[in-house]
Design a binder for this molecule. Structure first.
Ligand code: DNO
Length: 355
């Protein structure tokens, strides 16, 4: 396991590389070209510049989150092959820059969905939260507006204002895309990119849909063990793998995290490890990483990753906003640093008790 930290890049993140470098045990960052436009190829120079900046700070790029997949690929539009060619060019350039893990998602319209970005907890910290009731009440045209105030001026990944301004057109694009079509489009995309992944040894790590059920009637296909295994089997190449995101996949309480980790052995290329506190099956908040603060057994999760021989990058995920920090919701420094230390502590204990 390699402990990493997500960093959105200079100008996009309140956290600096210097701060990340000072979190004990963190060796690498998970980053991206935050300004890139889905469907366009990433420039080699931009990749090399980013890599140099990270390396000059004494860190390495442990993977990319995300190279976003454009809507044309997801809906199978006429221009999808052009977008796939550009995706392949991006992968080639990343491979040439010695970057070997790419996280992406295949969710229609919205990336992860939360209905509150700053729910106040008894200790005065704030956390992101989701309630199905709120989703059912908010018109999707207005969801971005309803959350905007709590963004602290940052653009949340997947919630770019230009995109949200166009939400109606996006809904229109996906109106005939049922689960089967979406799945076939994913398989088409994966088959097309596997040769370049083989050539450069790039692990593709699809992110689970968050929450792990359909929102606003849009199809969602990376939501359960059976569906993920079906996807892995449809393109049965070791480079076709998953990001095991406990906080996304675990939103659906029918998903058994430990059992799923074992079932996906060998195909988990990246892990996001965080905890959730449920108030009902469809009302949850993103608690601190510590087991006792939420409903997941974090020791059991880390132990399962250890038991399957997981050796890829892992990162703490959304943190609470604590100690008066002002940052992108979920992506402040303090609580994620506590998360990294806690997960490193669990890992050390697991490793030593197995020696
Ligand atoms: C949210 C993230 C997601 C994730 C993408 C992967 O905090 O986990 O935005 O990066 O779904 O493409």
């Amino acid at each position: 396991m390699e402990m990493t930290f997500r960093w959105f890049g200079t100008g996009h993140d309140s956290v600096t590389l210097k701060q990340i470098r000072q979190i004990a045990g963190v060796k690498g960052v998970i980053t991206t070209l935050y300004d890139s436009v889905p469907g366009e190829a990433w420039e080699k120079d931009a990749i090399l510049k980013l890599k140099k900046e990270v390396e000059d700070a004494g860190l390495k790029i442990s993977g990319i989150e995300s190279v976003n997949v454009c809507d044309a690929i997801k809906v199978g539009a006429a221009n999808r092959d052009e977008c796939i060619d550009n995706y392949i060019k991006t992968l080639e350039r990343l491979g040439e820059a010695d970057i070997h893990m790419v996280c992406y998602n295949f969710m229609p319209v919205f990336d992860w969905t939360r209905t509150e970005l700053a729910r106040m907890r008894a200790d005065g910290s704030t956390v992101m939260a989701y309630t199905q009731d709120a989703i059912d009440r908010i018109n999707p045209d207005n969801i971005f507006e309803s959350l905007k105030e709590d963004c602290n001026g940052y653009i949340l990944p997947g919630w770019e204002p230009e995109r949200m301004a166009d939400v109606r057109r996006l809904f229109e694009m996906y109106k005939d895309i049922d689960e089967e079509k979406l799945f076939n489009n994913l398989v088409y995309f994966l088959k097309a990119i596997m040769p370049v992944c083989d050539k450069y040894d790039i692990n593709m790590a699809i992110h689970p849909d968050d929450p792990a059920w359909s929102v606003y009637g849009l199809s969602r296909i990376i939501t359960s063990k059976d569906k993920i295994l079906k996807m892995l089997k449809a393109v049965d190449n070791p480079h076709n793998g998953v990001t095991f995101c406990t906080g996304s996949y675990g939103t659906n309480r029918e998903n058994d995290l430990v059992d799923s980790i074992h079932a996906m052995k060998g195909r988990i290329h990246f892990a996001h490890v965080r905890n959730l506190k449920f108030h009902s099956d469809t009302n949850f908040e993103e608690s601190a990483h510590l087991s006792e603060d939420g409903d997941f057994d974090m020791y059991a999760i880390m132990k399962a990753l250890y038991d399957i021989g997981f050796d890829g990058p892992l990162r703490p995920d959304h943190g609470r906003m604590i100690w008066d920090e002002v940052a992108m919701p979920g992506y402040g420094l303090y609580d994620r640093a506590l998360g990294a230390s806690y997960l490193n502590g669990l890992w050390e204990a697991i490793v030593k008790s197995n020696q």
